[in-house]
Design a protein around this ligand. Structure first.
Ligand code: C5P
Length: 404
């Protein structure tokens, strides 16, 4: 499956660099074309010549050491490698490089290429166990994962420091299988498609301090945006108030209220080939938000809020729907689930609706997994098993692709 694929291997400074020689050798055995770049620290562990011999290509180490006679070479070198790669694997990925990637530093060839590339980036964190479990490193790894980096967790065992724990480079075969799996998922089958995704809750102001909101975390919509971008789509993500990282290569527009989401969606929907409304848009908002903080009344007095309805974004999109565009909605019901979902599908003129279950274990708000039923306009209703929100996202995109 890797035959003919361009695999860029980024080596950073760590004792496991010697094992990456075997990774390069075995990747080449699969028929892949492999190029290696190294940080300066990596060259202290393994000579560039070793990787050059193993990969059959020059090894780039220093941004400044390019053939100085060719100005165009210098100007485009990082971009060339970034666009050449089908996948970029950083192994070993040191704590230092992981921190740089998290904050977008670009002070060497490896970090520049990571910033410039659109292909999947995989990381094999390999270091001393204490460095690995340090909350700073863990937080950085988590943030990169949220953005769509594929992290291959280290093996546990004896470490060069004499300690035992997590931090060893995983088996070469595991790394190769992960690259294969990643490239399989990221088949660029949505290239050239513009997809608009909404995610998260909306907040409707009661006064300058309080709001009406809901428990949506935005994880499902963000997973769809991430998966679509990895499959080559041009993704615009309209996000309600959530605390999630923006996936790589996704254009994000932050909004707060249903009215703002309505405006942002309509500003971009006409150019989109598909719109996926995963946001939990408020159906009602306070009739008028108070200008000043509402004061507490006497201890026994109640407060009545009058609510007005918000625009139904999806309904308005369905009314204006052009032939050939695909509209996908989400539904979360607590009773008569299927019937209500089918009614919504018709009323809002959707191609299919994704029914979330609140009752199933592992489904619903804030979880990393979901259990959904896909209800199409035509054809059979499909209940999918429990899976990660990212896998659910790919299932949704598979069905959407067939309708485009
Ligand atoms: O709220 P409801 O259950 O009708 O939500 C179904 C679908 O409609 C969801 O995809 C949601 O994003 C969308 N919706 C909307 N505007 C609203 C309410 C819901 O676009 N005001």
């Amino acid at each position: 499956m890797l035959r003919g694929k361009h695999i860029l291997v980024g080596v950073t400074g760590g004792i496991a660099a010697y094992k990456v020689c075997y990774l390069v050798r075995d990747l080449r055995k699969t028929g892949a074309d492999v190029k290696v770049i190294m940080t300066e620290a990596a060259t202290r562990f393994v000579a560039p010549l070793t990787f050059s011999a193993l990969s059959g290509h020059d090894v780039a180490t220093d941004l400044w050491s390019v053939n100085q006679s060719s100005a165009s070479d210098i100007a485009t070198r990082h971009i060339d490698l970034a666009t050449w790669a089908d996948a970029f694997i950083v192994a070993p990925a040191s704590a230092n490089t992981i921190a740089k990637l998290t904050y977008g530093l670009s002070d060497n060839l490896l970090t520049i290429i990571a910033l410039a590339s659109r292909c999947p980036i995989l990381l094999a964190p390999t270091m001393d166990a204490d460095m690995y479990i340090n909350p700073v490193t863990q937080q950085n790894i988590g943030r990169l994962q949220e953005r769509g980096y594929v992290v291959i967790p280290p093996d546990e065992g004896d470490l060069a420091s004499g300690l035992k724990g997590p931090g060893r480079l995983p088996e070469i075969q595991v790394i190769i299988e992960t690259i294969e799996h990643t490239l399989d998922k990221s088949a660029q089958d949505l290239k050239g498609k513009r997809i608009l995704v909404t995610a998260g809750p909306t907040f409707e102001s009661i006064d300058p301090v309080r709001f009406l909101g809901n428990r949506s975390s935005g994880k499902m919509g963000f997973a769809i945006a991430k998966a679509a971008a990895q499959r080559g789509a041009e993704v615009t993500l309209v996000a309600g108030p959530v605390s999630l990282e923006t996936p790589r290569s996704v254009r994000r527009i932050d909004v707060e209220s249903a009215a703002q989401m309505h405006e942002a969606v309509h500003a971009h929907a006409s150019k989109a080939h598909a719109v996926i409304m995963a946001a939990a848009v408020a159906d009602y908002k306070p009739q008028a938000a108070a200008k000043n903080k509402i004061k507490k009344q006497g201890p026994a007095e109640s407060l009545t809020l009058e609510l007005a309805s918000t625009p139904d974004i999806l309904l308005s999109l369905g009314e204006k729907k052009k032939k050939g565009t695909v509209l996908v909605g989400f539904a979360l019901e607590t009773d008569n689930e299927l019937l209500n979902a089918q009614e919504k599908l018709k009323k809002k003129n959707l191609d299919f609706i994704v029914l979330n279950s609140l009752k199933e274990k592992g489904a619903g708000f804030g979880t990393e997994t979901n259990v959904v039923t896909i209800v199409p306009r035509r054809g059979k209703i499909e209940k999918l098993p429990l899976m990660s929100k990212f896998d659910v996202a790919n299932e949704i995109l598979n069905r959407l692709k067939n309708l485009l």
